[in-house]
Write a protein that binds this ligand. Structure first.
Ligand SMILES: NC(=O)C1=CN([C@@H]2O[C@H](COP(=O)(O)OP(=O)(O)OC[C@H]3O[C@@H](n4cnc5c(N)ncnc54)[C@H](OP(=O)(O)O)[C@@H]3O)[C@@H](O)[C@H]2O)C=CC1
Ligand SMILES: O=C(O)C1=N[C@H](C(=O)O)C[C@H](O)C1
Length: 266
């Protein structure tokens, strides 16, 4: 069976790469695009894609669903719009595969509840690169033995959210096995606010934004007389594409929300 896919965010850095990936996949068909520009036109009219890319562009997800009946919505947009898109897709019986980051814990809880009630599959993956998923899993394992952890995530300077979804997910995974405790000196004081980074259960997350970077993270685990560094680098957005393909295929057989690619690669 061919999986009918729609994409939100097709003009973006990730979206363009994902459009090519879906178009090349023999098991998938790109049936439409959700956007607020070029509405009523097709992807080829954006001048970003070859003439054969004829997927029609809609701004309203209900109309898009009625006219093109997608099985899956791949969302690669922005922290502002992703929650609304995901919720609406679940209500319309379209399975969301979400790469967009910036969800609050409350939003994730609410979407999990909606997916459970409706029985519609949904995958929210803060990082689709298999190496990044392994980095998070290895860091979680290591934190059992070295529970003093600092996370340094480094991204291109066009990124909207901080900390990154990957940084947040790493801290979340580690917090499941690491007892909450403050790190550093109990009397430490920041001379400049933010110097010690964001605080996640006592773990510090530092966000670097520079031109030239794509997506990189290192997890530092310190112990008496030793330091373990676990690092992952995405040098281009091709690194995320196999995770998107796997998610689109897997979500077809899910009946609940899965948060993180680690739950589906095993
Ligand atoms: N899970 C993963 O593995 C990865 C996740 N990401 C995440 O994916 C998201 C996108 O990243 P990136 O491609 O770099 O960002 P870009 O800004 O390059 O692309 C986002 C695109 O979405 C469009 N857009 C914004 N709002 C809407 C909307 N309501 N409907 C339709 N389209 C919309 C934007 O249009 P316009 O610019 O005109 O507003 C833009 O074209 C980010 O949250 C990022 O963190 C990125 C890489 C990997
Ligand atoms: O915005 C990006 O580029 C990326 N966003 C995701 C995140 O916030 O973790 C995934 C990857 O790091 C690239």
């Amino acid at each position: 069976m061919t999986i009918r896919v729609t994409i939100a965010g097709a003009r973006g850095r990730m979206g363009q790469e994902a459009v090519h990936t879906i178009m090349k996949n023999p098991d998938m068909e790109l049936v439409s695009v959700l956007d607020y520009k070029n509405v009523g036109k097709t992807l080829e009219d954006t001048n970003l894609f070859p003439p054969s890319y004829g997927a029609p562009i809609f701004t309203d997800l209900t109309e898009l669903y009625e006219k093109t009946k997608p099985d899956v919505l791949v969302d690669l947009t922005s922290p502002e719009s992703v929650y609304k898109h995901t919720k609406k897709a679940l209500e319309l019986n379209i399975r969301p595969v979400v790469g967009t980051t910036g969800f609050t814990d409350e939003e994730l809880e609410e979407l999990t509840a909606i997916a459970k009630t409706t029985g519609i599959g949904c995958i929210i993956a803060p990082n689709f690169a298999v190496g990044a998923v392994l980095m998070m899993k290895f860091a979680q394992q290591a934190a059992k033995y070295l529970p003093d952890v600092e996370i340094i995530e480094m991204h291109h300077d066009q990124k909207l959210d901080a900390p990154s979804g990957t940084g947040m997910k790493t801290a979340n995974m580690i917090s499941k096995i690491r007892p909450v405790h403050e790190q550093g000196h109990p009397k430490e004081k920041e001379t400049i606010e933010g110097a010690r980074g964001a605080d996640y259960d006592g773990m510090r997350i530092h966000s670097v934004r520079l031109p030239g970077l794509v997506a990189h993270q290192q997890v530092l685990l310190g112990g008496e007389g030793q330091l373990l560094t676990i690092r992952h680098d995405s040098f281009n957005r091709g690194s995320f594409m196999s995770g998107i393909v796997l998610s689109v295929k897997t979500v077809m057989n899910l009946k609940e929300l899965v948060y993180g690619l680690e739950h589906i690669i095993d």
